[in-house]
Design a protein around this ligand. Structure first.
Ligand code: IPD
Length: 277
C-alpha cells in the first residue's frame, strides 16, 4: 500500500542520510584505497556505509533480501534476483570521485519487488541533493517534483556516459568507440563518474540522455531507473530492447530521445561485457 511505501521510503532516506554523514566526514580526509581491479576502487568508507545501511534496513525489514555492492564483491558470485522484496544498495556510487574529492558521489538505495523498483533514494551528501521516487508517485529532488527535459533533437542533447572499470583492450576499445559515436551524434558528452547520479541528472533535466554498458551491477542503476521513469523519462537497453535491471546496461533519456539514441548506440560494435562479480 502507499502507506507502506511511505514508511519504506522514510527508512531508506534515513539510511542514506546516515551513510551520507559518514561519507561527508571522510570526504576531505586521506583514504586507504583497495583495488578490486586496475581502476575499480573500494575504501573503508564504502564498507562501513554498506554495513550501516544493511544494519538499519535489516532491523526493520528482516524478511527482505539484500544485494549490496561490497557484499556481492566479498561473495564473489553474481547476485540472483527473485520476485521477493529485494534491496539494492550502493553505499558509494562514484568511489573514484570520493577518493579524489570530486563531489559527484552518492548513496544509492532501491527496493525492488516483483522485479521492479518501487522505492528509490539517491543522496549526494557533498552537494546536499536528495533524489527520491515511489512507483506511481513521481520523482523529487529535495522534496520538489522533478521532470525530464523537453529536448527533442538528439544533435542538441547533452549526454553522459561512463568509462566503466574494464581496461582490457577489447572492452575499452568498444567503450571508447561508442563514446566517440555518441559525442558526434549529440551536442556534447560528459563522464562524471557515477551511473546513479547520471540517471538523476536525466530525471531532473540537467542531462537529456545517459547510457552505460557494463557498469558494476544492479545497485548502480536500480534507484536511478525508478527516478528516471517517475520523472517522465524513458528507460531502454542501449540496443533499443527493453531495459533489464540485472543486465548492467542502461540507456535513460527524456521522453523524446530514447529511440534516436538507441539507434545510434545499436550501430556500435558491442565488445565483450566484462564478467561481473
Ligand atoms: C561505478 C560508477 C561508475 C561506473 C562503474 C561503476 P562505484 O560505481 O557507477 O560511473 O562507470 O561501472 O562501477 O564502483 O563507484 O560504486
Amino acid at each position: 500500500s502507499s502507506a507502506d511505501l511511505d514508511h519504506i521510503t522514510a527508512a531508506a532516506v534515513v539510511a542514506a542520510e546516515k551513510a551520507g554523514a559518514v561519507i561527508k566526514k571522510a570526504f576531505h580526509l586521506p583514504k586507504s584505497v583497495i583495488h578490486k581491479g586496475k581502476v575499480d576502487l573500494v575504501t573503508e568508507t564504502d564498507k562501513e556505509c554498506e554495513a550501516l545501511i544493511f544494519g538499519l534496513l535489516k532491523e526493520q525489514y528482516p524478511d527482505h533480501k539484500y544485494i549490496g555492492e561490497e557484499d556481492t564483491a566479498a561473495q564473489g558470485s553474481a547476485p540472483q534476483l527473485t520476485s521477493a522484496p529485494t534491496w539494492m544498495i550502493d553505499p558509494i556510487d562514484g568511489t573514484t570521485n570520493f577518493v579524489h574529492r570530486f563531489p559527484f558521489v552518492c548513496v544509492s538505495i532501491a527496493l525492488v519487488a516483483n522485479f521492479q523498483p518501487v522505492v528509490a533514494v539517491v543522496f549526494n551528501p557533498i552537494m546536499e541533493e536528495l533524489f527520491t521516487a515511489q512507483r506511481g508517485q513521481g520523482a523529487k529532488l529535495n522534496g520538489q517534483p522533478i521532470r525530464v527535459s523537453d529536448c527533442n533533437d538528439l544533435s542538441s542533447a547533452l549526454t553522459a556516459t561512463e568509462l566503466g572499470t574494464a581496461r582490457d583492450s577489447k572492452t575499452f576499445a568498444a567503450v571508447t568507440h561508442r563514446l566517440a559515436v555518441a559525442a558526434e551524434a549529440t551536442q556534447s558528452i560528459r563522464c562524471l563518474g557515477s551511473c546513479a547520479l547520471d540517471m538523476c541528472c536525466v530525471a531532473c533535466g540537467r542531462l537529456d540522455a545517459m547510457y552505460e554498458v557494463g557498469f558494476g551491477g544492479c545497485w548502480d542503476c536500480a534507484a536511478g531507473a525508478l527516478i528516471v521513469e517517475e520523472a517522465g523519462g524513458q528507460l531502454l537497453d542501449p540496443s533499443g530492447a527493453p531495459f533489464e535491471l540485472m543486465s548492467r546496461r542502461v540507456l535513460a533519456t527524456n521522453a523524446h530521445l530514447g529511440a534516436a539514441a538507441a539507434q545510434v548506440l545499436a550501430a556500435c560494435p558491442e565488445g565483450p561485457l566484462e564478467p561481473g562479480p
